[in-house]
Design a protein around this ligand. Structure first.
Ligand code: URA
Length: 220
């Protein structure tokens, strides 16, 4: 599952490829797009949690024996990058109820074309937490870099961040992992390349528009 030191690609099983096939179809109805995207998001989140540190922890089983187990070693926080990152929130709350959730809003400035931070709201103690940074689309990597910068400015160690990503371009992965070699990235697919409009190819189109229904797909 590991490609490069800190880039983790989900195992490309037939099931995962079938899920990707359903959502990449340009004619997929929106409710199918949301449903099957959420199944992939669930797989990503379960694997992201596995990248966090664990401590040994023993419990006594109902038959009076000791189970030599593990428990999470650190406090956790999730930070979705608005808007696409919010698509991962519901699944995250299902696997980790009560998780702290910060927010970051970064958009590309229309004039400079550079990512610009518009808003962030994070827990006060974020520097002492491990952070799941939810950024589903890693195209040029610009907004992910800006989001990581917001976290490290708040004192979060690079090695304590797991970037949870749905689709990545090779260029975006390279940009982020060269700048932040200790950051972990988990993704469900590495695409071929970016096209001239900075969309990934073969890609999925505009993930946020398709997930939140802000384009007319012809469906309800
Ligand atoms: N954002 C998207 O939603 N899709 C891409 O292909 C690139 C950026």
């Amino acid at each position: 599952m590991t490609t490069g030191s800190n880039v983790h690609l989900l195992p490309q099983t037939n099931q995962l490829r079938a899920l990707h096939t359903l959502i990449r179809d340009r004619n997929a109805p929106r409710e199918d797009f949301v449903f099957y995207s959420r199944r992939i998001i669930r797989l990503l989140l379960e694997s992201a949690l596995d990248l966090l540190p664990f401590d040994k922890h023993e419990v006594t089983t109902p038959v009076g024996e000791t189970y030599h187990g593990l428990k999470f070693a650190s406090k956790l926080c999730a930070v979705p990058v608005i808007r696409a990152g919010e698509s991962m929130e519901a699944e995250l709350r299902d696997v980790h109820p009560g998780i702290r959730i910060g927010k970051i809003l970064i958009q590309r400035d229309k004039t400079t074309k550079l990512p610009r931070l518009y808003y962030s709201h994070l827990p006060d103690d974020i520097a002492r937490r491990h952070v799941l940074l939810l950024e589903p689309m890693l195209a040029t990597g610009g907004s992910a870099l800006a989001a990581v910068g917001v976290l490290t400015d708040q004192g979060v160690a690079e090695r304590d961040i797991v970037l949870v990503n749905f689709l990545a371009s090779p260029e975006g992965l390279r940009t982020v992992s060269e700048r932040h070699p200790d950051l972990k990235i988990i993704t469900s697919s590495i695409e071929d390349r970016l096209n001239e409009n900075a969309y990934m190819v073969p890609g999925i189109g505009d993930f946020g528009d398709r997930y939140f229904g802000t384009v007319d797909s012809g469906a309800a």
